[in-house]
Every structure is written in C-alpha cells, then in structure tokens.
Design a protein. Structure first.
Length: 105
C-alpha cells in the first residue's frame, strides 16, 4: 500500500528565509470533511507574524492556533524551515493535549 502524501500549501519568505507550509494527509482529509479552505489555514499561520513564527520554530513542539473569528483551530509543528499542519478542527473551543503550546489569534 502506498504511503499517503503530504501536500504543500504555500511557501513564504521571512527575512530571507524560505518556509514551506505543508499539510499532512490527515490534515487534508479534515480540511475537506470540515470544509476549511487552505487559504484559511495558511492565513492563520501567517497571522502569527514573522517574529512569532521564528519564536515558535525554536520551541520545537506542537502548537495549536485558535481563531475564534473563523471558529477554527489548527495544530502545527516545525521541522527546520518546514511548517507542518497536523490537523484542522472546525471549532475554537477545543481540548488541547498536554505539552502543546496555545496561540490565540
């Protein structure tokens, strides 16, 4: 059985460093079933701002971004210059597992 693939959603440059934003196959399935557009996901990551993205990258832990305006949450992780979307949730009132950093937009 073939491994299900991640998908690139966007590439951004922050102070001369290129970041790739990729979604796991699981996140892609959740985006489709929950009718959450890639633009919303990428937009929420970019709303963090360049300083916060650089700060979170150094933590090397999972982060949940909660956006009450769009009533969505997404769990992301960093690996070097890759931002991986792990899952996408269609609500902002969510359970957050221990050890996950919470960022409210």
């Amino acid at each position: 059985m073939a491994k299900k693939k991640d998908k690139g959603l966007a590439q951004v440059n922050i102070e001369g460093r290129r970041y790739g934003i990729r979604a796991t196959y699981h996140a892609l399935e959740r985006m489709e079933e929950r009718k959450i557009e890639a633009e919303t996901v990428v937009g929420n990551i970019l709303l963090l701002g360049k300083e916060k993205i650089k700060e979170l990258q150094e933590l090397e832990q999972e982060i949940i971004i909660i956006d009450e305006d769009t009533d969505t949450s997404l769990v992301i992780g960093f690996k070097q210059n890759k931002i991986k979307v792990i899952t996408v949730i269609n609500k902002s009132n969510v359970f957050v597992k221990k050890g996950t950093k919470i960022v409210n937009l």
